[in-house]
Design a protein around this ligand. Structure first.
Ligand code: NAP
Length: 281
């Protein structure tokens, strides 16, 4: 079984991006800039943002974090986004989710210029992705896609089963695999026989949020299994896939932690650089 090393893949991607930023700086005398807005003091959000900032600095991006207290008015946040939209030194804007209840998430997402939407959540980017046009792609599915391509460069005609239909993971993942000519089945909580669906798959992407849902006897030999889940349990962090069981059957599997997670941040940096490059043309 191939253990798909997300840490290594993310380090390689960061290295490539670092070279790219050096080249862009030499050619245009400016570097891509990422601005993250962090509202409130949720510990996981603070950790994510710190890691994003560290990685952005590592590859040579101009990185800025704007922090607001939980009590910040929605209007102030929207005004700041409008200001960043106009700022030529800012290539990408990310508002860390979740937001306090009084702030309308959709309004925030739709205020970010689609060309600076490094999360790929703006309806314009969602539409472009599903129409097969150039767009920012949400970072986690993009990371999954790059990991799959490392194991299997030619996905033509492969049967992919996606477990979970969230806007964040399952749906964009579907579009990425359709583009690669996979036959895609998207499953969810009302799917009648999830095990039977998974047993058909050459590729399984589990993005559910249920610890170890996908079992060893759900996976046929030669299947590539990507585990997006991050679940806190009494036994520590586990994925949506039963690692010990599935590793006995699968052709390749991502561990949790150390699989998809590290790729998510590296893909955010990639998206920022891609936004910068599109702004030049
Ligand atoms: P989400 O928005 O809660 O969506 C979960 C999806 O799973 C829904 O579509 C739901 O179906 C489906 N589902 C629930 N129970 C099911 C079942 N028994 N069988 C089949 N499908 C079922 O979750 P998410 O935001 O996509 O996150 C999923 C997991 O990924 C979480 O563990 C999260 O922490 C993790 N995550 C990891 C990263 C990373 O960087 N590695 C990034 C983001 C999220 P319905 O639509 O019918 O309700």
């Amino acid at each position: 079984m191939i253990l798909i090393d997300g840490k290594k893949a993310a380090a390689e991607l960061r290295e490539e991006l670092k070279h790219e930023v050096t080249g862009l700086k030499a050619k245009y005398n400016k570097v891509p800039g990422l601005t993250v807005i962090l509202i409130g003091d949720l510990t996981p959000s603070q950790i994510y943002v710190r890691n994003k900032e560290k990685s952005a600095n590592e590859v040579g991006l101009k990185s800025e974090v704007i922090k607001y207290p939980d009590s910040i008015e929605e209007k102030k946040v929207l005004e700041k986004i409008e200001e960043l939209n106009k700022d030529e030194t800012v290539s990408g804007i990310l508002v860390q989710l979740p937001l306090p209840k009084h702030i309308d998430k959709q309004k925030v997402i739709e205020t970010i210029l689609p060309s600076k939407d490094v999360d790929g959540f703006h309806p314009m980017n969602v539409g472009n992705l599903s129409s097969g046009y150039e767009s920012s792609v949400p970072c986690t599915p993009l990371g999954c896609y790059l990991l799959i391509k490392k194991v299997e460069p030619n996905l033509n005609g492969k049967k992919a089963v996606i477990v979970g239909r969230s806007n964040l993971n399952g749906k964009p993942m579907t579009q990425l695999l359709l583009k690669e000519n996979c036959t895609v089945t998207i499953t969810h909580s009302k799917t009648k026989d999830l095990k039977a669906e998974c047993l058909e798959a050459d590729i399984i992407i589990a993005a559910v949020g249920i610890p170890e849902l996908v079992r060893g006897d759900w996976v046929k030999k030669d299947t590539i299994v990507i585990d997006v889940g991050i679940n806190k349990t009494d036994n520590g962090i586990v994925g949506d896939v039963h690692f010990d069981e599935v590793s006995k059957n699968a052709k390749a599997l991502t561990p949790v932690p150390g699989g998809v997670g590290p790729m998510t941040i590296a893909c955010l940096l990639k998206n920022t650089i891609d936004c910068f490059k599109r702004s030049l043309s």
